[in-house]
Design a protein around this ligand. Structure first.
Ligand SMILES: NC(=O)c1ccc[n+]([C@@H]2O[C@H](COP(=O)([O-])OP(=O)(O)OC[C@H]3O[C@@H](n4cnc5c(N)ncnc54)[C@H](OP(=O)(O)O)[C@@H]3O)[C@@H](O)[C@H]2O)c1
Length: 236
């Protein structure tokens, strides 16, 4: 389904990003994956290589322009271009009211979840051909503000806006930009957000990759500016 395509997936050391890296590898994509630490991203690269994929693992913080440039340059040097970008890396931040929200945490969450996708998209777009696809990972709290979701929710509202703006700006160039709300999944981030919840009641990220494969593939070639709920997506 993704043979001949190069996909950049941010925040791929665990959770959804890792599940997407392995699912994309199974479908024949070449991969560029990152997280902030070499030791956490390397094992995922090895697992994806065992599935037959060519993989470049680059430690990079998406909120830092210099790291992002290094990431995109390495991807282009190795694979010649970028067909799919999944802006998945994210931070939850504290679950407290705005009145109690520490300023430094506010800034780091916005930088990772909103400035990160802006920086990676801006660096990647010049290397994306017609038909390429950008997928931004959003959330239920990116269209509805709820108490104690603070900078996380605000950053994801911003990411919805970035998706719509980029979709409009890139339409002429044939680059597609869509948002996906994955819904609750059995990951570390979800467990941190809902410590009382039994994780076994949630689907795993590995069970939640269909819409991402669809948006990465040519099956969705005219789809842009849309918002998907991963757990409601029906495979054709
Ligand atoms: N889990 C859910 O139920 C749920 C629901 C709705 C939306 N989402 C969204 O889905 C995405 C994945 O969530 P998840 O649950 O899989 O989260 P997770 O398990 O916490 O994984 C987050 C990933 O992002 C990386 N990361 C964090 N900050 C980064 C930065 N500045 N630069 C590069 N990498 C960074 C982490 O690696 P390092 O720490 O090694 O850098 C890790 O690989 C996020 O965008 C999240 O907001 C999740």
């Amino acid at each position: 389904m993704l043979e001949g395509k190069t996909a950049v997936i941010t925040g791929a050391s665990q959770g959804l990003g890792k599940a997407l890296a392995l699912a994309f590898a199974r479908e024949g994509a070449s991969l560029v994956i990152n997280s902030r630490r070499e030791e956490s991203i390397r094992p995922v690269a090895e697992e994806a290589e065992k599935l037959g994929a060519e993989v470049l693992a680059v430690p990079a913080d998406v909120s830092k322009a210099a790291d992002v440039e290094k990431l995109v340059e390495a991807a282009v040097d190795r694979f010649g271009g970028i067909d799919v970008l999944v802006n998945n890396a994210g931070l939850l931040g504290p679950r407290v009211q705005i009145l109690d929200y520490p300023e430094d945490e506010w800034r780091s969450v916005l930088e990772a979840n909103l400035t990160g996708p802006y920086l990676v998209s801006k660096a990647a777009i010049p290397h994306m051909p017609e038909g390429a696809s950008i997928i931004n990972v959003v959330s239920g709290v990116s269209i509805q503000g709820r108490a104690e979701w603070g900078a996380y929710s605000v950053s994801k509202f911003g990411l919805e806006g970035l998706t719509q703006i980029l979709a409009a700006e890139l339409k002429e160039r044939g680059i597609r930009v869509n948002a996906v709300d994955p819904g609750g999944m059995r990951t570390d981030m979800r467990a941190a957000a809902y410590p009382q919840e039994d994780p076994m009641t949630l689907i795993t990220p590995e069970e939640n990759t269909d819409v991402f494969l669809y948006l990465a593939s040519d099956d969705s070639k005219d789809v842009t500016g849309e918002r998907f709920k991963a757990q409601e997506f029906q495979k054709a």
